[in-house]
Design a protein around this ligand. Structure first.
Ligand SMILES: C[S@@+](CC[C@H](N)C(=O)[O-])C[C@H]1O[C@@H](n2cnc3c(N)ncnc32)[C@H](O)[C@@H]1O
Length: 289
């Protein structure tokens, strides 16, 4: 077994001190300028045209309470059930997840070589796959799948706004067609909202994909209560040479996120999360299919 288990907080995260979020540039590849600042400005304009700041703040508080205290409603799609919650998700959690995913992809060196295709499971507004694609130079073809129709539309907009190529489908994650060798799968903050049976099917499909030389990245919040299944997944990933990390990246958030952070009584001086990572290696290859 070649997997590396990293203790809390991750030495890898410490080895990659965080520059200010907006100073971060894309990885090696064809894209020169970081499209993040412009995307954030456009995102604000898109969602704040119909909602006031106070409405977004209240919705963000309701959404945070759902994620922390009323988790049982998540698998029924409660997080995206109202216009306010959708806007709060797009304006706040979307950019936070984007920034975190870029740091994780960079720290894991998951962008090199660039994946040919990236399948983003439970893509929401499309930020996780987009972050990986941009860190890989902007060349990968993105394929997003989400059960929520609003998320599908929003993810399509995200791809266009960030100058990425791809397709977003409405559907269930466990039925998506997985990429073959040279491709990648990401599931960020999505598995914890799925039914147990769907998640278990996905674990099997991810293991099969990894043995077929597809890179697999799972990201979830640090809070264990969000993912009681985590230890079992980590054990399975490590069993075929995968790696588990926890991450705490110091961050200086851009102004619009700081305002929402404060207004909603949240405090993000760090971007945090836990990840499971599988990259093709001799250990994975010899397992066979
Ligand atoms: C918290 S959001 C995360 C979105 C995005 N990956 C991110 O990092 O910001 C979870 C998403 O998973 C989607 N989702 C939940 N269960 C799903 C399933 N079984 N199939 C497809 N999408 C699902 C939800 O609709 C929602 O958009």
């Amino acid at each position: 077994m070649t997997g590396i288990r990293t203790s809390h907080p991750s030495p890898s995260a410490r080895e990659h001190p965080a520059p200010p979020a907006l100073a971060e540039g894309p990885g090696r590849g064809r894209m020169a300028a970081d499209p993040f600042p412009r995307w954030l400005t456009d995102l604000e304009a898109r969602h704040r045209s119909s909602l006031t700041f106070v409405e977004v703040r209240k919705a963000l508080q309701a959404l945070s309470s759902l994620y922390v205290e009323r988790r049982s409603r998540l698998s029924a799609g409660a997080a995206l059930e109202s216009a306010g919650k959708r806007a709060a998700f797009a304006l706040y959690y979307g950019p936070l997840h984007y920034l975190l995913l870029r740091r994780i992809v960079k720290a894991l060196e998951a962008g090199q070589p660039a994946p040919t295709r990236i399948l983003d499971l439970g893509c929401g507004t499309g930020v996780a796959g987009a972050a990986w694609a941009l860190e890989a130079g902007g060349t990968p073809l993105l394929e997003g799948v989400d059960r929520n129709a609003w998320a599908v539309q929003e993810a399509r907009w995200t791809l266009g706004a960030l100058g990425l190529r791809g397709r977003i489908h409405q559907g269930f994650a466990d039925r998506a067609r997985v990429p073959g060798a040279g491709g990648a799968i990401v599931a960020a903050f999505a598995l914890n909202e799925m039914e147990d049976a769907d998640r278990e099917r996905l674990l099997e499909r991810m293991m099969r994909a990894a043995r077929n030389r597809t890179r697999v990245l799972v990201v979830e919040p640090l809070a264990r209560r969000a993912a009681p299944w985590w230890s079992e997944w980590a054990h399975t990933f490590r069993g075929i040479g995968g790696r588990e990390n926890t991450w705490r990246f110091p961050v200086s958030l851009p102004e619009p996120l700081v305002l929402l952070d404060r207004a909603a009584g949240l405090d993000h001086r760090e971007l945090t999360g836990r990840s499971l990572w599988l990259a093709p290696s001799p250990a994975v290859e010899t397992e066979g299919c």
